[in-house]
Design a protein around this ligand. Structure first.
Ligand code: ADP
Length: 458
């Protein structure tokens, strides 16, 4: 017998005893009155507690249960214990849900929950940003209204979600690419995972373009050589014609050699394993070498001027910087008509930065081309570049070398009047040196540049 049941019997037992005592002392009429009064009091107390419990049950979920009296004290404290337990359990559940939601929000990919009809139920902030979603506005919208690409609709309908699908579109003039993968869950709901692959797609496109460009660049000289070989096989040529054809074939072969050599230089520069050789070398001897090279390339058709400031040393790869500077010198000569002036200059700015500049009085470059000059195979004038032995890779090599030295290329040009290509080396790589020390730097290893081009001059 429970404690509540036993204590519930105390009041009726008390009334019964009082009734019997009254009967014995005052007779049946008084005993009946006592019994009625006792029963009414007990019923009243129970009704009052039933009222309290009903009001509590109707009230807010977090309201405390009433405190009962007598037999109701046990019942109310049992209800109180249950509600405490239940709210602790709910708090734990809410914490777990919050943690899962926070985890879903922290995922670097987009997550969208779709209902059975493909309508958006929930999306994490990454998915909202990637797809331009606003949950307040778009909740309940079919996902196909937001991602309108027909290939995505087909993918969603097909129900074969083993692979992801890449959809591309333009957002504010910028091309974006998202890899989307649906994952079924529950009975017929789906999770849609989205991953931004804009960068990966851009690299893939660049690689495709690069291969197409290289093939195209190699195809032209190869076609020319194959054509001459065929002609020489089929026709009976005299010695003068043979020598002319062989000369033309040799020129095409050199073009290919230059291209392959530039490609190898670029690939070595791009290789992550190719650490930069941080040697210290004197600038003056390097600039003198470049000036001699400029004169040899020009073959006396240009005036080559030299303007060298204070002696200094550079910390970096002498070979790589020589290759970059040499490309600028070669360009200046190839894009400057005869009798033009080529200026080579070196100075150390008050900030400590070192500047190597090549100025020419050549054909110049229109402003709209400047941002694209360092792209591989970008040429302003394709035929002039080819005619002077250009590969279209020179400035791409320059860009890579400078990137490796934290240096920048500044191009200043006026069409018809000439250009200045300046390389600005950071102060940490440049040191002003007295002449004696600078001369010591001449012990640096002999240059072995492969990418300087020996074009035929302008
Ligand atoms: P290329 O082998 O064609 O010279 P580069 O990468 O060295 O390739 O240069 C890219 C393009 O920039 C050239 O094709 C040319 O149109 C332009 N360019 C580079 N240097 C000069 C210059 N000094 N004067 C005029 N145009 C230049």
């Amino acid at each position: 017998m429970s404690h509540a049941f036993r204590s519930g019997l105390i009041a009726p037992a008390g009334v019964a005893v009082a009734t019997l005592v009254t009967w014995a002392a005052a007779g049946a009429a008084w005993a009946l009155a006592v019994l009625a009064a006792g029963a009414l009091a007990i019923i009243g107390i129970h009704l009052w507690h039933i009222h309290l419990v009903t009001e509590w049950a109707r009230g807010p979920l977090d309201a405390l249960p009433p405190e009962g009296r007598g037999v109701w004290a046990d019942a109310c404290s049992a209800i109180y214990r249950r509600t405490r337990l239940r709210s602790a359990y709910q708090r734990d559940l809410q914490l777990t849900i919050d943690r899962f939601r926070k985890a879903a929000e922290a995922i670097p990919d987009g997550v969208i929950v779709l209902d059975a009809a493909g309508r958006i139920e929930w999306a994490n902030p990454r998915a909202q940003a990637q797809l331009g979603l606003d949950l307040d506005r778009d909740r309940g919208q079919p996902i196909v209204n937001l991602i309108r690409q027909p290939e995505f609709h087909r993918y969603l309908d097909a129900g074969d979600y083993g692979e992801s699908i890449v959809v591309e579109w333009s957002q504010g003039g910028v091309r974006r690419a998202l890899a989307l993968q649906a994952v079924p869950f529950e009975v017929d709901e789906r999770l849609l995972l989205s991953h931004d692959v804009t960068q990966i797609e851009a690299v893939a496109r660049m690689r495709r373009d690069f291969i197409a460009n290289v093939s195209h660049e190699l195809k032209t000289p190869l076609t020319v050589i194959a054509g001459f070989v065929e002609t020489m096989q089929d026709l009976d040529l005299d010695a003068r014609q043979r020598s002319r054809f062989l000369g033309l074939m040799q020129e095409q072969a050199r073009n290919m050699q230059r291209l392959v050599s530039d490609l190898l230089t670029l690939s070595a520069l791009e290789s992550e394993h190719n650490a930069i050789a941080d040697e210290r070398f004197a600038v003056l001897p390097l600039v003198l070498e470049l000036s001699a090279e400029a004169k040899a390339l020009s073959g006396g058709r240009h005036v080559v001027e030299l303007d060298v400031g204070e002696p200094a040393t550079i910390t970096g790869s002498r070979d790589e910087l020589r290759s970059a500077f040499s490309n600028l010198v070669s360009n200046a000569i190839r894009y400057t008509p005869p009798d033009g002036t080529i200026g080579l200059a070196w100075r150390v700015e008050p900030s400590g930065c070192g500047v190597f500049a090549v100025t020419d009085s050549g054909i110049g470059i229109a402003k709209e081309h400047l941002p694209r000059l360092t792209e591989r195979f970008y040429r302003v004038d394709r035929s002039r570049s080819r005619a002077t032995g250009g590969t279209g890779l020179g400035l791409a090599i320059v860009k890579h070398v400078l990137l490796r030295h934290q240096a920048e290329l500044v191009v200043d040009s006026t069409p018809g009047s000439g250009s200045t290509f300046s390389v600005r080396l950071p102060a940490k790589r440049v040191r002003l040196e007295p002449v004696a020390d600078a001369a010591a730097g001449e012990d640096a290893p002999a240059p072995t540049s492969t990418s300087a081009r020996s074009g035929t001059g302008a």
